[in-house]
Design a protein around this ligand. Structure first.
Ligand SMILES: Cc1ncc(COP(=O)(O)O)c(C=O)c1O
Length: 425
């Protein structure tokens, strides 16, 4: 991977960094960024790109929102971080209380960590120990779903679809789980029920990304699927975990995707937009019955987990400020407007040769191609159009900031239509 030395700044040297999801020998170099503001990314050479991805789906209020920035700056002056073992602080307790109030049902006990993958690991560990603490032996496996992606750590990879989750290489290393079809019709519901009926004594829980399977291909399902999962989990007495790392905080059109099915999972994981895309933070939130199984005079029943930077004070300040914005700015209306604009503006792609599907859910717009030959070249085409869009697999998608202006959104969708059209002509 070599930089373009004429355009790149003096600090641009990739000799000592290992980049994500990239064959570094052949991949195009990443774009050097010097500033962000709203929905715009400024490159070192002065070009400005309109961001269609919101930094891996995190920057829900746009970059540098003054309210979030001010909260972080104030916190930085007072106390950037303090360990959460034996010490605590107002930002974390306030955030836990606010999350519990926002989430449905009795999802009320918040465990903080620092990334979506770790939030998933904590959820899996909680689920396994829930059964151990209740004296039930052998419940160590999970049901996950084809097309599912839950992160890149070991446990999270094991419950993801091996192909879509990008870890097929490690099949021999990862613990075997049940990766099944989502129950979106009667036959698949019966197949899932069969596994649960015959194996429930070895299964701790079911884990799913509600409504939208993101990194596994931006595949959508409806609230009925979530209802079926709840019904089956109750019937066969296994826990239900919703991984809302991507879908949480408005992305699918409601504050949490679980609201669409009216379903309360036993454990929910949150991250990405939790801090409005400013700092790493994640939460694994459990229902009362889960926490009750750990509440004991027996120290052996405690949850033995504690990431060093858990509940980082700067990140909690950012998250509280982000929640303020959801309360006082019209985010859900903005998301509805984005959904409608995405639906209208991406429609011309429907029916184009090579386009398999066009779909929109909340502030997620997807053009699914039959195949994409050269992803790197396609990504570069978008930059030529003045936008940052990052297709993967056979998917071109937009997940803009909820605060994006109508003009900026139009620039993004025009670029998608133009680039997709150019692929097939
Ligand atoms: C649904 C879901 N779960 C978990 C993760 C992992 O989060 P992180 O990359 O913060 O570890 C992701 C990341 O894309 C995700 O989309």
């Amino acid at each position: 991977m070599a930089g373009d030395s004429e355009k790149n700044p003096g600090w641009f040297d990739l000799d000592h960094v290992w980049l994500p999801y990239a064959q570094m020998k052949t991949a195009r170099p990443p774009l050097p960024v010097v500033a962000t503001e709203g929905s715009r990314i400024t490159l070192a050479d002065g070009r400005e790109l309109i961001d269609g991805v919101a930094s891996w789906w995190t920057a829900s209020h746009g970059y540098n929102h003054p309210h979030v920035r001010q909260a972080v700056e104030q916190q930085l002056r007072r106390m950037p971080h303090v360990m959460f073992g034996g010490l605590t602080h107002e930002g974390a307790l306030t955030l836990a209380r606010r999350l519990a109030a926002l989430l449905p049902g009795d999802l009320e006990r918040v465990f903080f960590s620092d990334s979506g993958s770790v939030a998933v690991e904590v959820a899996l560990k909680m689920a396994v120990q829930y059964w151990i603490n209740r004296g039930v032996k052998g419940r160590t496996q999970f049901v996950g779903f084809k097309g599912g992606y839950h992160g890149d750590t070991t446990g999270a990879m094991a419950v993801s679809d091996a192909e879509e989750g990008m870890h097929a290489l490690f099949a021999g290393w990862l613990p075997q789980q049940y990766i099944l079809d989502l129950p979106d019709d009667d036959a698949k519901t019966a197949a899932l029920a069969d596994v649960l009926r015959s194996r429930a004594d070895s299964i701790a829980g079911i884990i799913v990304e509600p409504l939208v399977q993101g990194a596994g291909g931006m595949k959508f399902h409806d609230g009925l699927v979530l209802k079926r999962l709840r019904t089956l989990a109750d019937k066969y007495d296994v826990l239900l975990i919703f991984d809302e790392v991507f879908t949480g905080f408005g992305r699918t059109g409601s504050m949490f995707a679980c609201e669409a099915g009216g379903v309360v999972p036993d454990i929910i994981t949150l991250s990405k937009a939790l801090t409005g895309g400013t700092l790493p933070l994640a939460a694994t939130v459990a229902r009362r019955k889960i926490f009750d199984a750990f509440w004991s005079d027996d120290s052996g029943k405690a949850l033995m987990h504690g990431p060093t930077f858990m509940a980082n004070a700067l990140a909690c300040a950012a998250a509280n400020a982000s929640l303020d914005l959801f309360e006082c700015e019209p985010r859900l209306q903005q998301i509805a407007a984005i959904a409608s604009a995405l639906g209208q503006s991406l429609a011309p792609c429907r029916g184009m040769r090579g386009v398999k599907d066009v779909r929109v859910q909340g502030a997620i717009g997807v053009v699914e191609m039959q195949r994409i030959g050269n992803l790197d070249a396609l990504r570069a085409r978008f930059v030529e159009e003045g936008v940052f869009v990052r297709p993967f697999g056979n998917i071109v998608y937009l997940t803009p900031a909820f605060t994006i202006s109508a003009d900026e959104l139009k620039t993004l969708t025009d670029a998608v239509v133009k680039v997709v059209q150019s692929l097939i002509t």
